[in-house]
Design a binder for this molecule. Structure first.
Ligand code: ATP
Ligand code: MG
Length: 293
């Protein structure tokens, strides 16, 4: 990892609370977020990590956000599919899409639940790695501004090459509402093509569904959000009483008359299952290519 002098010079002692990392695509948000986690850890600040990007997710399958507490988030390894509360404390929420487009409310709710969980756990510092969606025309401006207003971070790290974040940040700068620390991207930050992003998602899904099995669920006894419209191949989240993800499932068959659905699900305990959440992503259960439904 290239560590720019600017990163080295950061004062880490007073970094507490919610630390949000924002920037356009490929500026190194996730790399910096991990560096931040390691530096805080070295300074004896036990920081949580919120992977808030349901597209290029690192800590869990795409379409989700994951909160990891208590250890190096990127060292989760194959246990990334751990159910809530196990394996060094992981909480996961389902956005139902690999991009915020058309799912902005779900993005806010998913992040909000995880931030609340980390606050409940008394976490001193939480690093929130966000998506690269910053374009005004795609809703990125309002989404980022809304996240900032809603979650009220104690610090915003803004990584930009030029002035591409200023449409989001300038009202906050002028009103002095939040502490913003400006960073330049590392020279080592590299763009990734649409193909590479797709391959990354495929690899994450394939890892997640490795050794999955089929379960048949009766949906009349479960809460189904937003409503029970199951599609073959559609991704569904299996949720506990607090709305955290126990597992993701790929819909294999739908039996409307019996109100049953069969799903391909990783082998995790489902005793706490109370609800299903239907997403807008279809996934091929063999090749793990995703598509919009
Ligand atoms: N400081 C760095 N040292 C070495 N490589 C880096 C550094 N910063 C970024 N990179 C590389 O550049 C690429 C993009 O970095 P990263 O994934 O951190 O960016 P991002 O802003 O999180 O991207 P996305 O928009 O997909 O979320 C990666 O391949 C990463 O390894
Ligand atoms: Mg990233």
């Amino acid at each position: 990892m290239d560590i720019p002098q600017q990163w080295e010079n950061l004062e880490f002692r007073d970094l507490k609370g919610l630390i949000m990392v924002i920037g356009g695509p490929d500026v190194g948000k996730s790399t910096f977020s991990r560096y931040l986690w390691q530096r805080l850890h070295r300074n004896q600040v036990p920081a949580g990590f919120l992977d808030g990007d349901p597209g290029q997710s690192r800590l869990g399958p795409p379409t989700t956000m994951t909160l990891a507490l208590g250890r190096d988030p990127y060292a989760l390894g194959p246990k990334q599919e751990s159910p809530v509360g196990e394996q060094g404390k992981i909480w996961r929420t389902f956005v139902g899409s690999v991009s915020p487009a058309g799912h902005m409310l779900q993005m806010l709710v998913a992040a909000s639940k995880l931030i609340a969980a980390s606050r409940n756990e008394g976490v001193e510092a939480l690093i929130y790695d966000t998506t690269g969606l910053i374009h005004k025309d795609q809703g990125g401006m309002v989404l980022k501004q809304s996240k900032i207003e809603l979650f009220a971070p104690s610090v915003i790290f803004a990584i930009q090459r030029g002035t591409e974040l200023e449409h989001i940040l300038s009202p906050f700068r002028r009103s002095n509402r939040f502490r913003i620390i400006d960073l330049k991207p590392s020279l080592a930050a590299q763009g990734r093509s649409t193909y590479e992003r797709r391959e990354h998602r495929k690899a994450q899904f394939s890892k997640y569904f490795h050794e999955a099995h089929t379960v048949v669920l009766e949906w009349s006894s479960l809460g189904v959000f937003p409503r029970p419209y199951f599609t073959r191949g559609g991704l569904v989240a299996l949720e506990d009483i607090e709305g955290f993800v126990l597992a993701l499932g790929i819909t294999l068959e739908v039996y409307p008359r019996d109100r049953q659905v069969s799903l391909l699900v990783p082998r995790v305990p489902l005793d706490n299952l109370v609800a299903l959440r239907v997403g807008a992503v279809g996934l091929d259960p063999e090749g793990f290519e995703d598509h919009r439904l």
